[in-house]
Design a binder for this molecule. Sequence first.
Ligand code: ADP
Ligand code: MG
Length: 623
Amino acid sequence: MSIESNQETLGFQTEVRQLLDLMIHSLYSNKEIFLREMISNASDAADKLRFLALQDASLYEDEPDLRIRVEFDREQRTISVIDNGIGMSREEVIDHLGTIAKSGTSQFLASLTGDQARDSSLIGQFGVGFYSAFIVASKVEVTTRRAGAKREQGVRWISSGESDYSVATIDRPRRGTRVTLHLREGEDDFLDGWRLRSILHKYSDHISLPIVMDSEEKEKKGEETVNRATALWTRPRKEISEAEYQEFYKHVAHEAEDALAYSHNRVEGKVEYTSLLFIPARAPFDLWDRERRRGVKLYVRRIFIMDDAEQLLPPYLRFVRGIVDSADLPLNISREILQQDRTIDTIRSGCARKVVEMLVDMAEKEPEKYARFWKEFGRVMKEGVIDAPDKRAEIARLFRFSSTGTEGDAQTLSLQEYAGRLATDQKFIYYLTADNLAAARSSPHLEALRARNIEVLLLTDPVDEWVVMHLAEFEGLPLRSVAKGDLELGTEAETGAAPPSGEQNALIQRLRDALGDQVKDVRSSRRLTTSACCLVMEEQELSRHLQRILESTGQKVPQQKPVLEVNLSHALLGRVEQEPDPERFRKWAQLLFDQALLSEGGQLPDPAGFVQRLNALLLAAPR
Ligand code: ADP
Ligand code: MG
């Protein structure tokens, strides 16, 4: 019997309590995954020990062979997972099994939807696997001792998964961790050697440590290894089944759903490494955080070195999951060294190339799958025009957009398709940036192009502003905003025939005087057919949409004034022209400006003033 001391009862962090409640009452239709999570933690613990032991071999104590043992006891109705990995100190037990230290926990909890399949996949991603023990257990007992600590520094943790847990210091001669699950009523199916073996095969064959159980056969007393126990990526590609790859993916990515695609490569040459990279089917909840470490694990000669080695892929590919194992890196490599390591540069560009190849292939051969990918990760991929200037042309071929020629809100049009169906004499790729598709589709800026059947890309992701800035052209066709500059449409003859911007026009002059310094200029428009007016910027200036994005993020934006373009053949302009009263004319001018602002999705600086002016003018109209 162990001597217990210093026992205390502590409350779970609120987030843990919420999570436990979800686990027990609504999640995981697939109960058996608790075993996968326990094994995964045991395997991580072995990885950590192996890594630390590189510096300090004494951590192995007298047990250098790392392994995991699974036991069950029909009488006691328990299942135990035992490892001789790194173990935990008392503080670590309290930190890791009583709180969720990860940032974004409440954001995570808020993103749960109640849809079991989706939520269990999110739970997996969030890495809260330990608590899954309570899906099948009414009480969980953990005993552990940190490698290198004294035997009196063992810890016992017990909880029934409600609001609290107890911890006590115990005597524990061996290092590592034992997790014992006291099964709930009705979960006795799990107390079966074959059942447990089959679950272990299903989920844990690729774990590179041996998982042992007592032999089931009477004559063969003793232990046997029940998993394959080789690192999956070291096996030849043709011997690995699709199911094994997908299972491995779920393990490394903490995912419940299959990956969309994967690529397994052994690279020989200047730098030798193996990469196994997966493209997930769904975006994680924290995809938008560019600072978040990426999900590729680094191994050196099969020894786990670090999780989320952000140096292994550029930020725009941060959705990729998998592993890289290289023989050419030192075992004691740190994040700092990684940043300047030449070998890593080679690996990074090799991995990025593989991912892009995978996507090109998917886009070509499995367009529907690619559409799913684009919906989840398109906005991140677009960051590639900034992150990877050397690959811009190649990545741009993977982009998909909405346009005046596409239906619905899915982004389905590629630039190569756009370029393949240009109108006669079209010299540019035209685009419009807007806050949303509805606003884009009804924008006055599109009118003249619609009239000439010229397709316009409708760009509504904030990142699109940066895409058009950095891309500038695609296969020889410059990108052109339809909301900037003087649109030169069609042939030179047509352009020449357009009205001189009406500088001499008396109405235009009166509008300029009335609007004063709200506008840079007032011009007669070539782009409007049915609307009365719109705002445009000069070619080299920031777009109005980008100004709004920057302002909304609190950035100082250089004050650039728009040009008000008016459609002189519109009846409203005819009405305005006939206004003799200077005060009322000013109201009309302001109304034109305000409606141009509203129609591009802008905010009126003085909405109440707008309403008053509008009403005054409506009431002044003849009945
Ligand atoms: P994750 O594995 O994603 O970190 P878990 O909820 O599965 O999340 O585990 C929480 C933490 O508890 C782990 O990060 C680890 O620090 C600790 N832990 C769990 N099981 C073990 C174990 N068998 N040995 C050592 N530490 C463990
Ligand atoms: Mg885990």
